[in-house]
Structure formats: structure tokens, C-alpha cells
Design a protein around this ligand. Structure first.
Ligand code: ADP
Length: 467
């Protein structure tokens, strides 16, 4: 696209002059939080010397995390546009090679070009293509990937405040990235770019509709209501499909019927189902989200924003890692809440609980094997030598058959307890839970005073953590 500098060796036209893109934050709608985070980067690139003079460490790497089509590329380009600096864009896959040394040479080449145009922004889309945790083979040889990754780290570590280069990377899988990439001074800023909620969709639709004539019968709020789960790119697609239909029919403006047909076409063309657009699935999802909020607040946690489209499952927060036994085990109720909600409502859990099941099982497994919190296995560490990343246990643990069986039983018991306790919480606060569910199903995300008011009945006067 215009304003994206050609990058030698990446299949684009080489030698093009690096001109700043024309996009600005005005071209981004419904992603206010992400945009606010990137204003710092703009600030730094407009005047790198100011940071240098004050000895302030500027942001070097920013990781945009979110599903495809949510505007990550657009936001990165607009950041360059706002700062008035050139924008270099490469796909992570462009570094995946089978020949050792080729990927690393490409990284070196890229940054050589970028340094010549600094201040500048480099955008690496789908960085997980080569930035996966070492030892997880897929695509290219392990040694090649490691060299490529190392070269990127060398480049990042070499930036000073005066360099004036910021690398923005995008991924939908931050969990698979090599921890070395996420260390301080590297991609240490994580910016979530979630799917837009109803209000966000209305704003994106309005933005993309601005240069298209709309019939008087078109109600964009209505379109927003019908497109839960759609990304910004999906919504741009809806308007484009509608425009094509209007052109074909020889109409002077897009009609409500064109937009309806546009929604259907995007739904049909989508490779992953947009479940949230289905009212029943959305209601169930809202019940899970509301249940998690109720359980969180009952357990004395903060809950200032909830959303149908929040990225990632409800895991156990870091505060649990320094918790007492009872506090840690009580923490299991959080990932259990969604499952408990479905059991309360329908007597069975749907496949939508996959992420919750994974989070709950992992947390229970860590409780038993690492923290020795199993009631019967006791304070014995049941983890083999191997790696020791927070939040995951090495797969290659060698335990005796009996020990493994006991661990499985303990994990199962903790999981069952957590679900039963979460169900009890939901029964006690059934009314709040159900009001919150309706609100989330309708507005998709809630925060601030509106959320606090709905949750007020469950906010215990005295915090009673643990059980
Ligand atoms: P991603 O990089 O997250 O996959 P893109 O930035 O490539 O998404 O989005 C593709 C297109 O969809 C954008 O160029 C823009 O037209 C539209 N789009 C996506 N998100 C937004 C948004 N928040 N505001 C306005 N347009 C958007």
C-alpha cells in the first residue's frame, strides 16, 4: 500500500523512497485503548533526541495481540503516519527459510535499510511464524529459526534512544512466542487488539460508510447489532459487498437489503465461524463472561472491564503465584466459572468451554505437581528436570505410573471441586449473574460505573478471600 517502503529481498519493489504513510489514527475506529498505547511511540519518534537527553528508555518493541482483521496492520501504519516516519512492513513468514543463515541475513538486511531511513517503524506481521519458543519445530530447521531469532534480538538490543526505530509485531498467539522476545527492552509492551464490541462496530461501519452513499433506510446501528464477532476487516467487507451489489443493480446508493446480503456473504466466506453473530451462542458466551465476573468479585478480585471478545481465557493471575494454599485453590474457581455457568443453565458444557477447560486443568496441574497443593499427594514436587516456564509444565516429565495416576486423580478432584464451588457462587448470586448476562449479551462489553453498578450486590462488604 501507499506509504509502505519497499523492502529488498522480500518480493516487493526495491529502491522505492521511504515516504511516511498517509494513514492516521483517524482511520482507526473502535480501538481506542490500542491507539492510546501507541501515542507514546508517536511521541518518541517525533523527537527521539528528547528521550536521549533525559536518559529515558523509549519503547523498542510493541507486540499487537489479537485475532486477524482487527486492524493491527492499520494501527501500525497509522502510528507511522502520525509520527511522520517511513513504514517498513514484512511478513514473519518471509524469514522462514530452510537454508541456515538466510533468515538471519534477511533480518540484518532489513535493519540496515531501516537504519538508513530512521526514524522509522518496522512492522512484522505474524511474528510467531519464526518467533516460536525454541525447540518447537515447525517450518524451517530449528537451527535456522534460532539464528533468525537471535539476529532479531541482536538488532533490538542494539537500539538506543537516539536510533529512532520502533519495531511493531503482530500475533494472535503470544503464548507460543519465545520468552527471549518478550524480555524487558524487547517486545515488552503488549497491546491487546480485541474484536470490536457493538459500539465499536458502529463506529467502524460509520468510518467505512463515510465515502459511500447510503439509502435513507440504512441503519448502521442495526448492522452493528447483527454483526457480533465480526472484525473490522469483516465490516469493511460487508460494506464492500453491499457496494458491489448496488453497482450491479444500478442503484445510486447502498440499501438496507444490500447490507443484509453483504453480512450473509461475509458470513459464508468466513473461514472460522462468527459464533457471536448467532443470538443463542452469544447468550451462552455472555453467561460465561458474566459468571467469571461474579466469581472474580466474590473472590475479592478487581473486575473493571468485561467483554465478549476479550482475547485469551481466564487464567490464574500472577498474584496467585505468591498465594497461600487456600487462596491458590480458590483461584481455580475463576477458570471454572464459565463451565459452571453452562452446567447451571443447560446441565452440560458446550465445546465453547475448551479454553476454560485448558486453563483450569493447567492451573490444577501446576497446583498438584509444582506447588504440592494436592490434598493427598501433599507438598511433594512432582515435576521432572526439563524446562520450567511459568504457566506451563515440561511434557517430558518422568514419573512412575502410580505417581502419574495419583496426579491425575488429584487434578480431577481439584477441577471438580472448583466447578462445584463456582456453581454454588452462581446459585447464590443468580439474579446478579442473570442481569449481567443480559447486559453483556446486549452491549458485549461493560466497564466503569455501569459495570460496578451491576456487580454491586455481590461486592462483599468485607473481603473474605479463600475458603
Ligand atoms: P490485521 O492486521 O489485524 O489482520 P488489518 O489492519 O490488516 O488487520 O485490517 C484490514 C482492514 O480492515 C483495514 O485496512 C481496514 O480497512 C479494516 N479495519 C480493521 N480494523 C479496523 C478498525 N479498527 N477501524 C477501521 N478499519 C478497520
Amino acid at each position: 500500500p501507499a506509504g509502505t517502503a519497499g523492502v529488498r529481498g522480500f518480493g516487493r519493489l526495491g529502491g522505492s523512497r521511504a515516504v511516511p504513510p498517509s494513514d492516521t489514527f483517524d482511520d482507526v475506529a473502535g480501538a481506542d485503548r490500542a491507539v492510546a498505547e501507541l501515542r507514546d511511540v508517536v511521541d518518541h519518534l517525533r523527537d527521539p533526541a528528547r528521550y536521549d537527553r533525559l536518559g529515558a528508555l523509549p519503547p523498542r518493541g510493541v507486540l499487537l495481540v489479537g485475532p486477524p482483521g482487527t486492524g493491527k496492520t492499520l494501527i501500525a501504519r497509522a502510528t507511522a503516519g502520525e509520527a511522520g516516519v517511513p513504514f517498513f512492513s514484512v511478513a514473519g513468514a518471509a524469514f522462514v527459510e530452510s537454508l541456515v543463515g538466510v533468515g538471519a541475513a534477511r533480518v540484518r538486511d532489513l535493519f540496515e535499510q531501516v537504519r538508513a531511513s530512521a526514524p522509522a517503524i518496522v512492522f512484522i506481521d505474524e511474528i510467531d511464524a519464526f518467533g516460536r519458543r525454541r525447540g518447537q519445530g515447525d517450518g524451517g530447521s530449528a537451527e535456522e529459526r534460532e539464528q533468525t531469532l537471535n539476529q532479531l534480538l541482536v538488532e533490538l538490543d542494539g537500539f538506543t534512544a537516539a536510533t529512532g526505530i520502533v519495531v511493531i509485531a503482530a500475533t494472535n498467539r503470544p503464548d507460543v512466542l519465545d520468552p527471549a522476545l518478550l524480555r524487558p527492552g524487547r517486545f515488552d509492551r503488549h497491546v491487546l487488539v480485541d474484536l470490536p464490541d457493538r459500539a465499536g462496530r458502529a463506529r467502524i461501519l460509520a468510518l467505512h460508510a463515510a465515502r459511500r452513499p447510503l439509502d435513507a433506510d440504512v441503519d448502521l446501528d442495526q448492522v452493528a447489532r447483527r454483526t457480533a464477532g465480526f472484525s473490522g476487516a469483516d465490516l469493511a467487507g460487508v460494506l464492500n459487498e453491499a457496494a458491489l451489489l448496488a453497482v450491479r443493480a444500478g442503484r445510486a446508493a447502498l440499501t438496507a437489503a444490500d447490507l443484509s446480503e453483504g453480512i450473509d456473504r461475509v458470513l459464508v466466506g468466513a473461514t472460522t465461524p462468527r459464533t457471536a453473530a448467532d443470538p443463542q451462542a452469544r447468550h451462552l458466551a455472555a453467561a460465561r463472561v458474566a459468571a467469571r465476573a461474579v466469581v472474580a468479585v466474590v473472590d475479592g478480585r478487581e473486575c473493571d472491564r468485561i467483554s465478549l471478545h476479550a482475547t485469551g481465557p481466564a487464567g490464574i493471575g500472577p498474584e496467585e503465584r505468591t498465594a497461600s494454599r487456600s487462596r491458590y485453590l480458590a483461584g481455580l474457581r475463576l477458570p471454572a466459572a464459565g463451565i459452571a455457568a453452562e452446567l447451571e443453565l443447560h446441565g452440560e458444557a458446550s465445546t465453547q468451554c475448551e479454553a476454560d477447560i485448558e486453563a483450569l486443568t493447567t492451573a490444577a496441574d501446576i497446583a498438584v505437581r509444582r506447588y504440592g497443593l494436592g490434598p493427598r499427594t501433599g507438598p511433594v514436587r512432582l515435576v521432572g528436570p526439563g524446562g520450567d516456564h511459568l504457566g506451563s509444565l515440561p511434557e517430558d516429565v518422568v514419573l512412575s505410573e502410580q505417581a502419574r495416576q495419583r496426579v491425575e486423580e488429584e487434578v480431577r478432584a481439584l477441577v471438580d471441586d472448583a466447578i462445584a464451588e463456582a456453581r454454588e457462587v452462581l446459585r447464590v448470586h443468580r439474579r446478579t449473574w442473570s442481569e449481567l448476562t443480559e447486559a453483556v449479551a446486549d452491549r458485549e462489553s461493560l466497564e466503569g460505573a455501569a459495570l460496578a453498578e451491576l456487580l454491586a450486590p455481590v461486592r462483599a462488604p468485607v473481603a473474605t478471600p479463600g475458603r
